[in-house]
Write a protein that binds this ligand. Structure first.
Ligand code: TXA
Ligand code: MG
Length: 310
């Protein structure tokens, strides 16, 4: 079933495939022409670097110039899985991948189909398989919505997590999280026995280091807003995403997650896209409490929703 996609990758074509986080738009990491196509298809600015996806810890050495003890600890603890690590790069890593930075982002995804694809076709660069600025795809249909019904997608249904991987820079200390994800800051601190900088706020100078954080992201056409305190008015042309506050209304415009934040993360981007299909004006989301924000998946949700708000 994968043969066709493996051949496409080997011959310099671009293929979308599932990971445990979101669908990726893959191209052979050794082929600059194929990688150029990824930027063109997505409409991605060329100064935003790509993650290289590998299928074996040994492949790290083909891209990273130094692999510290902490890097080994993190890889052993979380790979394969939703953690992207930023290493100092080897000189032979293509500039088009790293946008000219002296670092390279590496990730070993957990989804069995992504592992087979990479094992057979070799390492692939893969940004999320959405048009730049759109919500990341969590279903093959989302990819086809953005790139056309004939676009080659390895279809494995819905992705498990639904939000992109944690991005962690381990090239300088203290280590810095550029993008929160399912692997939490607390877990990283425990594994490395070192404090990490968790502030992924793009206004605080990280933009130069992780260019992706400066672009608007994850946004549907509908305006995304937090529900403000005490606001009980109900807007007709809106989708409501609630997780804790009681509501007398439950219908297809009022979704209640009843504290199931994993489900909320799993569905968030699909709900955003749905709001656009229904031409809604707004997506209103119940804000998270300090206590809820102790949960890593809630931190990732808060980050993506804040970016969608802009
Ligand atoms: O879960 C994921 O990570 C998904 C799946 C497909 O693996 N991929 C993904 O890729 O979200 P993308 O390109 O949409 O987001 C990668 C982020 C961007 O914000 C980019 O700027 C950052 O990682 N990044 C990549 N290489 C970097 C580097 N060398 N230094 C700093 N940030 C980097
Ligand atoms: Mg993306």
């Amino acid at each position: 079933m994968l043969d066709r996609y493996i051949n496409l990758l080997k011959t310099g074509e671009v293929v979308a495939f599932p990971t445990e986080t979101v669908y990726g738009l893959g191209a052979n990491a050794k082929n600059p022409d194929a990688i150029q196509k990824v930027f063109e298809i997505k409409g991605r600015p060329s100064d935003n670097p790509l993650i290289v996806h590998i299928s074996d810890k040994k492949q790290v050495e083909d891209f990273a110039s130094e692999v510290s003890d902490d890097a080994h600890k993190l890889m052993d603890a979380y790979w394969p899985g939703p953690l992207t690590l930023i290493f100092k790069k080897k000189p032979e890593v293509l500039d088009i991948i790293t946008a000219g930075l002296d670092t390279v982002a590496l990730r070993w995804p957990k989804h069995p189909l992504s592992q087979q694809l990479i094992a057979m076709a070799g390492p692939v660069v893969a940004p999320s398989a959405n048009s730049s600025g759109k919500p990341s795809p969590t279903k093959a249909e989302h990819v086809k919505e953005d790139f056309g019904t004939d676009f080659p997608v390895v279809d494995a249904g819905e992705t498990e997590i639904g939000l992109e991987s944690t991005v962690l820079d381990i090239t300088s200390k203290p280590y810095t999280i550029y993008r929160p994800g399912a692997v939490s800051a607390d877990e990283i601190e425990r594994v490395t026995d070192k404090g990490v900088i968790r502030d992924s706020n793009p206004s605080n100078n990280e933009t130069a280091k992780s260019p992706g954080t400066k672009y608007s992201h994850y946004s549907p056409k509908a305006k995304v807003r937090w529900i403000s305190d005490g606001d009980t008015t109900f807007v007709e042309e809106a989708l409501y995403l609630l997780h804790s506050q009681p509501t007398p209304r439950k219908n297809n415009r009022v979704i209640h997650y009843d504290g199931n934040f994993k489900k909320m993360a799993h569905e968030l981007y699909d709900r955003f896209r749905h709001a656009d299909h229904q031409q809604l004006q707004y997506v209103f989301i119940e804000p998270f409490s300090e206590e809820q924000l102790q949960n890593p998946i809630v931190q990732a949700l808060e980050n993506r929703i804040s970016k969608a708000i802009g």
